[in-house]
Design a protein around this ligand. Sequence first.
Ligand code: DHB
Ligand code: FE
Length: 286
Amino acid sequence: NARITASVYSSHVPAIGAAIDHGKTEEPYWVPMFKGFEFSKQWMKENTPDVIFLVYNDHATNFDLGVIPTFAIGTAAEFEPADEGYGPRPVPVVKGHPKLASHIAQSVIQQDFDLTIVNDLKVDHGLTVPMNLMFGSPAEWPCKVIPFHVNVVQYPVPSGKRCFALGQAIRRAIESYDEPLKVQIWGTGGMSHQLQGPRAGLINAEWDNRFLDRLIADPADLSTMPHIDYVREAGSEGIELVMWLIARGAMSDVAGSGQAPKVAHRFFHVPASNTAVGHLILENQV
Ligand code: DHB
Ligand code: FE
């Protein structure tokens, strides 16, 4: 059967995509940020999965206020990069895995999570920037990707607790797929940042690092943190971090393996644009 080999966590920032697309990654501002992903690019080469289940948020790009799905799974064969105002990013088309995605949709919906099925989806920086950070800029992405969108843009947003439970359901779905696929699950967005209002520019590095500690060591406890704490401590856009709990919930220790995941890599850098960049790679030991 399919199995989850590892989870990857990474912030996304449109300015990172712009730095890549305009050849600015060697500029002093960006060097330390990209340096934190050097290990990761090498690790990805050695640990390329068959499929990435990529939890991210759309930023009112594909989904506008007309329709706001809380959780949406991309079941199409292809996902083109979205035009976020400056034309689509010059990155490869994302290739999906309709068969596995449909299986996950079936299994997760039958486990009582109401997913929206999306067959027509353009992916924005929330998905393409973490792809670049982990793979660099290849001519084609080296594996399939199932995009999984979470609404963290328009209130009301889902709780950390629900996201963590959803991750557990996704794990059961993947493990019941009858083909020996290696699957990674990624949680993206965050860390602390606020782009609006009087607190615009807020970053809380101490809180972010505590979040990383707790995500590694006791995600079940972390998942009970109420929504208001994210907003207060990590800013209005810091709420993107609930997506990391979906990926963490899919790891084997949460399912009761008795084996904590191996922390293959941990990185934190402030700032990238207005955002604190956090990054983790956790490997399942069993
Ligand atoms: C920034 C961060 C985001 O998460 C985002 O979606 C848009 C902008 C920023 O820091 O500029
Ligand atoms: Fe964002």
